[in-house]
Design a binder for this molecule. Sequence first.
Ligand SMILES: Cc1ncc(COP(=O)(O)O)c(C=O)c1O
Length: 399
Amino acid sequence: MSGYKVPRRIVNVSAEAAFAVLRIAKNVEKTGKRVVHLEIGEPDFDTPKHIKEAAVEALNKNLTHYTPTLGIPELRREIAESVKRDYGVEVDWEKNVAVTTGCKQAILASTLSIVDEGEEVIYPNPGYPEYEAAAYFAGGKPVPYRLRIEEGFRMTPDGLAELITPKTKLVVLNTPNNPCGVVMPEEDVRGVVELAEDHGFYILSDEIYRPILFDSLKHYSPLHVKKSLDRLIIVDGFSKRYAMTGWRLGYALVPEEILPQLFKLLNVMTSCPNSISQYAALAALRGPQEPVMNMVKEYWRRRDIVVEELSKLEKIRFVKPEGAFYVMVDVSEILNKLKTSSEEFVKMLIERYGVAFLHGTALGSYGEGFIRISFATSEENIREGIRLLGKAIEELSKS
Ligand SMILES: Cc1ncc(COP(=O)(O)O)c(C=O)c1O
């Protein structure tokens, strides 16, 4: 016995379960069985060619050394330009912009730079698990906002008001949202901003899916409402928009007083973001945006296919996604019948039916009863995967 005790700040942290599901599926595949993958939350497209070429050029120019901790000035300037273009708001690249190793690091470092011991962080649940993990790392108290299917998975100002206490330090928004595909309407964003003004908490708005919108919906950010980064942090990145998950590049837009703290944290964590990826990201922002638009068009088409296929199934419920590339499916009826959890159900679907989804609890405690389908995959996989889900539900209901 080593007497090892897991430190309090990490005892409640779990690694992203999406990677564990993928491992189970890969093990099944090793036995020669086919698995249809609908669990993976990453674009199935290749990184656009001009972005890859910029990376090759950077390599050939030997731009392979450490860069400034907050990123190369050209990229920080370009990010500030893109904010002006997309939000109509001026941010100062030297005072407000930090380039990070993925949006994930932007979430962690921003949370650490704001939240003190015992302070509360309200975050969507089910939701991207990093928010809760970051609150624990900071020694704060994660306070889940339960997204309910009956309310269209919306996070409303009224619902939020019920969770606010004098200890509320940070409220996390995510629009379009992973895993529910919900896009926050303007009135909800305004309502949350008003609450922030009244109670003095910070908002962290995760906008990594912001161009991935369907039905001609618009993206509303607290930045559109506030027009400044006063007690507002925006985290974003290149992973989803430009199909660059493996390049690990994101950024945070933060109030001036936060940047020096972010600088310290990022320096301690990674020294600087990957140099080659930064030149690739520069090309992504400066180059043509058609590849992004084409990918969004394709996600939209697939969203319609998902809705068409899911509508054929009985004993499930879902809300039509408005953005991102996920749908949360309520399978509680079948889980109750089988007296099992969403996690066990997902394992059973992989092993017995050859289809992989993400169990809802991988996205937080209130994800129990749900599975998440990712439609960042081919039409054929989507149709086949949902058909297999239907087959499983039909067979298991009879058992
Ligand atoms: C809502 C949300 N934010 C952030 C991230 C992480 O992005 P990155 O790959 O840039 O770290 C993800 C990835 O799935 C996500 O779904």
